[in-house]
Design a protein around this ligand. Structure first.
Ligand code: FES
Length: 146
């Protein structure tokens, strides 16, 4: 076999291998998958935490802090309207607020900002309302969600 003939045969073989690679690559590609898996965002559809109303927040004025939210029972009964949930971090400088049941409002112990049950600013220096969260009750389980 002469050198020219050898190189010619080698070229055909190389081209066949390359076509095979291309087909194999296309067959194993998942880029055209019409239903790719969604990344798990970890927030479980916006649910932040749940409370068993048989054992927690049984008295008016009691509160629970979890996941950056303060949940307060503001009235008797297990209706959504008997509770409120707002961000626990004061919108002034981030200090954790408390609920004052006698005054029916949230008060920041740092500089004295006060917020309504719905999170509206009543007294500064804070100028921005607290974020309010959703409350759903199913049986004796209360769930707070974003
Ligand atoms: S941090 Fe709450 S009033 Fe300043």
């Amino acid at each position: 076999m002469e050198r020219k003939e050898f190189l010619s045969k080698l070229g055909i073989g190389f081209a066949a291998v390359c076509v095979g690679c291309g087909v194999a690559a296309c067959g194993s590609s998942k880029s055209n998958d019409p239903t790719p898996d969604k990344p798990d965002d970890g927030d479980d559809d916006g649910n932040l935490f749940s409370v068993n109303l048989n054992s927690e927040l049984t008295a008016v004025g009691q509160s629970k802090v979890s996941n950056g939210v303060i949940l307060v029972r503001t009235a008797a009964g297990n209706d959504e309207s008997s509770f409120t949930a707002v961000q626990v971090a004061c919108t002034h400088q981030g200090t954790a607020i408390n609920y004052n049941n006698a005054q029916g409002r949230f008060i920041c112990p740092n500089h004295g900002s006060q917020f309504s049950n719905a999170g509206a600013v009543l007294v500064g220096p804070a100028t921005t309302a607290l974020k309010q969260y959703n409350i759903d009750i199913n049986g004796n389980t209360l769930t707070v969600s974003a």
